[in-house]
Design a protein around this ligand. Structure first.
Ligand code: FMN
Length: 185
């Protein structure tokens, strides 16, 4: 097999669409290298439509998505993290603290959990569309709020580097066996 054949085989396996949740879960992986191909507004709308199906506590839907499209917003985001992967698109995920459900027993609010579920849906929706992402948790949330001019009630949770993956062999899934994190009480 020539190098060209190998690259074509890798590209084909990357663009094959997974079907069914187990396969999607096996196939999704973090991508930190993106091609220059832009993510269109149509692709973004399709992915966020699927993402909007995520469950949230009491169906309060506090998650908010921001597409970082302008140069000014991109510069602001890139000042808030060292996890820079030069993607065609960053998404910022925040939640509205005025919209969250609160647990009556301890006052704990659902913002972070609801956002984490929405972020997970995003990752799978992107994978289904042949797009890829890196969830960036390591960023200065307060600085992001300030530089992007978010109101106080909007609390940033995650940044996502989003784009088309540079074709590469699928990395191995390094996971603990499920029984290592399971007990019967
Ligand atoms: C909450 C969360 C925060 C993360 N933060 C970062 C980050 O700041 N920088 C980064 O390069 N990857 C980050 N990741 C990606 C993880 O390193 C990655 O998901 C993990 O190593 C498992 O690899 P996989 O996604 O390919 O299965 C984050 C993932 C999650 C879920």
């Amino acid at each position: 097999m020539t190098d060209n054949d190998k690259n074509t085989a890798i590209a084909d396996s990357v663009t094959e669409r997974p079907t069914g949740f187990s396969e999607l879960a096996r196939r999704r992986h973090t991508v930190r290298k993106f091609t220059a191909e832009p993510v269109t507004d149509e692709q973004l709308a399709a992915v966020l439509e699927t993402t909007s199906l995520a469950m949230t506590a009491a169906n309060r839907q506090p998650q908010r998505w921001f597409a970082i499209r302008s140069d000014a917003a991109r510069t602001a985001v890139e000042q808030c993290t060292t996890s820079l992967f030069n993607p065609p698109l960053y998404l910022l995920l925040a939640y509205d603290a005025n919209q969250v459900w609160r647990n009556r027993y301890d006052g704990h609010d659902s913002g972070e959990v609801d956002s984490a579920i929405a972020g997970t849906f995003l990752s799978f929706a992107l994978e289904e569309q042949g797009l890829a992402s890196c969830w960036i948790g390591s960023f200065d949330r307060a600085k992001a709020s300030r530089l992007l001019g978010l109101p106080d009630n909007l609390r940033p949770v995650a940044l996502f580097a989003v784009g088309h993956p540079v074709p590469a062999p699928e990395p191995p899934k390094i996971r603990n066996p499920w029984m290592a994190s399971f007990a019967t009480l």
